[in-house]
Design a protein around this ligand. Structure first.
Ligand code: FES
Length: 203
C-alpha cells in the first residue's frame, strides 16, 4: 500500500451520526447566542464559523462528529458542508480531542533562530508527549505551528488567547505549574471568539 493511501487510512474522519442518534448538547446560552448571530447575517450559512466556535466551547474544546452534526442541524445545513468548513481551518479541533490547555509552539524562522526547537524539546521532555499528542492526564496538548505574527517576541508560544514570549525553560516550568490549576484555556479561547462575533453585530 502506498504511503498516501496509508496516510488516508490513518486520518479517516469520524462518520456523521445518524439523525436518530444525534444528541443535542448546546446549553440555553449557546442556543440564544446562535439565534442572536443568525440576525447578523442575511443567511444562516454565514453562521457556520461562529456556530462552530460555540460548539467548540460547548463540547469542551473538540468538534466531534456529534458537535459538527449539531451545528449542521441548528443551521439547517448538510453535515458535509459544516464538516468541510470545520476541517479547513486549523483553529477548529477536529482531528482529535485536545487537553484543557493547548500549547502551540511557533517553529517558524524567527522563533527557530531564537531556539524554538530547544523550547519544544524542553516541553516534550517535561510533558512526556510529542507534537500532536495529549498528556495522559488530559491537561496538555502540544502542537507545532507556523508564524504567529509576533516575531519580535521569539521564541513564542500561544496558549488559548494569550501569547507568551520570549520564553525560556524556567518560564515554561512556572507556566505549566500555573496552568495545571486553571480553567481550560481551549474553552476560554472559543468563548472569547464567540463574544467577538456577538459584539461585531452590535457595531
Ligand atoms: S516566527 Fe515565530 S512568531 Fe513569527
Amino acid at each position: 500500500m502506498s504511503d498516501l493511501i496509508q496516510l488516508g487510512a490513518v486520518n479517516e474522519r469520524p462518520k456523521a451520526p445518524r439523525p436518530e442518534d444525534l444528541e443535542l448538547k448546546f446549553s440555553q446560552t449557546a442556543i440564544d447566542q446562535l439565534n442572536a448571530l443568525k440576525t447578523h447575517y442575511p443567511e444562516e450559512k454565514a453562521c457556520i464559523l461562529p456556530g462552530l466556535w460555540i460548539a467548540q466551547r460547548e463540547y469542551g474544546g473538540y468538534l466531534s462528529a456529534n458537535a459538527i452534526a449539531e451545528v449542521a442541524h441548528r443551521l439547517e445545513r448538510s453535515y458535509a458542508e459544516v464538516e468541510g468548513v470545520a476541517t479547513f481551518y486549523s483553529m477548529y479541533n477536529t482531528a482529535h480531542a485536545v487537553g484543557k490547555h493547548m500549547i502551540e509552539v511557533c517553529t517558524c524562522l524567527s522563533c527557530h533562530v531564537c531556539g524554538a526547537y530547544r523550547i519544544a524539546d524542553h516541553l516534550k521532555a517535561k510533558l512526556g508527549v510529542e507534537f500532536g499528542e495529549t498528556t495522559a492526564d488530559g491537561l496538555f496538548t502540544l502542537h507545532e505551528v507556523e508564524c504567529l505574527n509576533a516575531c519580535d517576541r521569539a521564541p513564542l508560544l500561544q496558549i488559548g488567547d494569550e501569547y507568551h514570549g520570549p520564553v525560556d525553560a524556567a518560564y515554561i516550568d512556572k507556566l505549566i505549574d500555573t496552568l495545571k490549576s486553571q480553567e481550560s484555556t481551549v474553552v476560554k479561547l472559543a468563548d472569547e471568539i464567540v463574544k467577538v462575533h456577538l459584539k461585531d453585530g452590535k457595531n
